[in-house]
Design a protein around this ligand. Sequence first.
Ligand code: CMP
Length: 410
Amino acid sequence: MNSPMSVRPWSLVVVAAATGLAILAPLSASGQFPLPHAAHFFGHLLTVIMLADLVVRWRASGSFAAYTTRWFLVDLAGALPLGLMTGVPVLEVIRLIKLARVVQTMQDLWSAHIDKWNTFRLVYSAIWIGFLVHWLSCGWMALRAMSPSMDAAGNTYIRSLYWVVTTLATVGYGDIVPRTDVETIYAVLVMLAGVGMFGYVIGNIAHVITNLHPSRVRYIETMEGINAFMEYRGIPAALQHRIRGYYAYRWEKRLGFDESAILNDLSVSLRGEVSLFLKKDVIEKVPFFNGASEELVREISLAMRPAVYMPGDAIFRAGEQGQEMYFIGRGEVEVLGKDGTSVQAVLRDGDFFGEGALVLGQPRSATVRAVGFCDLYALDKAAFEIIIQRHPQFAAHIEAMIKERFGSHR
Ligand code: CMP
């Protein structure tokens, strides 16, 4: 749906009003049910809401020309009390076209809350089945009224509802039977609808029961694949344990989503905004970024790639060629001394490391090891160099850091 967010709460009011209409309109269209006073008042209220909706949509589309003909006709048909205006009650049924707006709003809600899709599905199908039963009852009530002498007891809504439910459910007690040709055809149609509805309900419920959250399904599938692979290649049990731990952590923190792949799929401007948002936890923690220009922060956030390390993992070792520098989003790392065991420094959330090799063009000066689980963001050499060239203040900051870290003994 392309209506602005501000229309949302109003859309829900319209959904409620259209639901009222779905109940009331067929009742008055049948012309048989003596509507109480309150129902008349309610009917007028619905008409007012529908008319207001016409105005709201009109204004929301900016101009009348932007209001598509199709939707204008839907809103207009829903707003006019046709039965009352023409004196032909059956014309009220036309107003049900307005239910198209319900479908539209529901689809919108679905896509926004796809995680609650199963609940939606159940509630939504229950509501439509309720509508169907009600409409069929009204139809039967109207048909019965055409031949009243034949069945004295069949003239109320409750009796019609009873007949529709027994027929739809294919129970068919046979105490109320079609007498005229039209009634017989109607009964056949209701039975056919019953068969279809049965399949629909069973299908929906089966789907809800078997369907897990999609990302959980993906996790299970990934783990099955990994387990099979590890077994096939005879990976030692301890290593298997670590690999499972890695996936479990990734699943827990990111639901197993591949952020980079999702970002790459977006348009350029969306990608910038989303990556800023996703990386804002680390951006807020790095003190330097607080004073940096928005452009620099955006550029760095776009280039940063998430990486997860497990307790004890070496992120890199002394002497290796450096291809990346890292920002710590969450976790703790140790910088080890030349001997490979003494701890020279401990870096935490918001710190960065690995800049030395990139700036000085020398091998890694130390081994850096994850203490606990670490959420890092890596910035590769090419992106680092471009950013350094374009943003002298970032270059100066890195330079200062190198001086502070390495002092004169490098
Ligand atoms: P690099 O030389 O690429 O690889 C080792 C990294 O450890 C180095 O970059 C720095 O980021 C970091 N590092 C080295 N010495 C220290 C120190 N004394 N305190 C904090 N970090 C350090």
